[in-house]
Design a binder for this molecule. Structure first.
Ligand SMILES: *Cc1c(COP(=O)(O)O)cnc(C)c1O
Length: 366
């Protein structure tokens, strides 16, 4: 039995250590040249004119909504199957999240169900490219255009993912997280990508207490900045992103090949016109499997294999949302939350351990 096979692991090497040390020795620790550098490189990577670094991904979402003028009385259509931040950002902006059920094969919002939820109050569509899998952008963009909606992309799990050769985060206002477990990290950190100069300028103002000229304040902002220490890590992480994403994809393909066809296990589909960056490799354990999802997770844990359940309870079913009066029935997300199981796919996992995980699952399924 190997030591614990962990579900995620940041890849930090000498380059990050050197970069941080040089910032520490420079004496300029807060937002400065390194943040500028990371912003420039990130915008050119994603293919947008602007990128604005902020303290974390949740704030990237909130600031995007605020910069677009979304607030009280506005409805924002979003997915119930995500990390809570994507929906809580809407609440923090004083707007109302409206949930649309997901498509079972991609775990993403089902574009075919969006239009029936559009009302006069609908101002934006906040989609999540969950687990690193791009949403069906052709359909999404058609709806956005037809109903003149603002498009916010939660790409917090999808750095480098592409839909028809275009990077996610470049279709609308893109929001990224650099939290420790994401495909690239700065410890904590976030980034907003946009082609709209007005939005970029507005976010820069909001990020810095509404101030362009020091100690002169044009509007209500706050401190949402990133430090140069974080940005220095980010610059190094970005250089490695494509390579590390490639390893995630390779790992996912090994899992798919070996797990496909096992009764009661549904593996993630990889569609031809997308690049899925496998922030998580998530299978579904259905009733046909010999164990329940939770039993399988327990068995794997006993063998030293960490797994993850993202997410055990859809957002509209969370206590907070129940208190707010949400009583939607969203059957796909409700069922899927009981079936999902994420296996370690991160670039730090060795092939021998992938084989060990596969063998362990096959054995439990017998
Ligand atoms: C991580 C994550 C966020 C929030 O990012 P933080 O940097 O942790 O604030 C938002 N949405 C999704 C889908 C995420 O996975």
């Amino acid at each position: 039995m190997p030591k614990i096979v962990s579900i995620s692991k940041p890849i930090i090497t000498k380059e990050e250590e050197k970069a941080v040390l040089s910032v520490l020795r420079s004496g300029i620790l807060a937002q400065g040249e390194k943040v500028n550098k990371l912003e420039k490189r990130f915008s050119s990577y994603v293919g947008t004119k602007y990128a604005i670094a902020v303290s974390n991904g949740s704030l990237a979402l909130l600031l995007s909504l605020l910069a677009h003028g979304i607030g009280k009385g506005d409805e924002v259509i979003t997915t119930p199957f995500s990390f809570i931040a994507s929906s809580n950002a809407i609440l923090f902006a004083s707007a109302k999240p409206v949930f649309v059920d997901i498509d079972a094969s991609s775990f993403n919002i089902n574009p075919d169900l969006v239009e029936e939820k559009i009302t006069k109050k609908t101002k934006a569509l906040l989609i999540v490219h969950l687990f690193g899998c791009p949403c069906q952008m052709d359909k999404i963009l058609k709806i956005v255009k037809k109903h003149k909606l603002i498009l916010i992309e939660d790409a917090c799990q999808a750095h480098g993912a592409e839909y028809k050769a275009k990077k996610v985060g470049s279709f609308g206002t893109g929001c990224f997280s650099f939290y420790a477990t994401k495909n690239m990290t700065t410890g904590e950190g976030g980034m907003i990508t946009t082609n709209d100069k007005m939005i970029a300028d507005k976010i820069r103002l909001l990020r810095n207490h509404g101030s362009k000229v020091r100690y002169y304040h044009e509007e209500l902002g706050f401190n949402f900045r990133m430090t140069d220490i974080q940005a220095a890590i980010g610059v190094e992480q970005l250089k490695k992103l494509d390579k590390l994403n490639g390893i995630r994809v390779r790992n996912a393909l090994i899992f798919n090949k070996m797990l496909d066809g096992i009764k009661g296990i549904i593996t993630p589909k990889i569609l031809p016109d997308i690049i899925h960056v496998f922030h998580q490799y998530t299978i579904r354990v259905t009733k046909e499997f010999s164990l329940t999802r939770d039993e399988l997770a327990e068995k794997l844990k006993a063998k030293g294999i960490q797994t993850g359940i993202f997410y055990p309870l859809p957002i509209h079913k969370q206590k907070l949302y129940q208190r707010l009066g949400y009583n939607d029935r969203l059957p796909v997300s409700e069922r899927i939350s009981k079936e999902v199981l994420s296996l370690p796919v991160h670039p730090g996992i060795i092939k021998k351990n992938i084989e060990y995980i596969i063998k362990s699952i096959i054995k439990e399924g017998e």
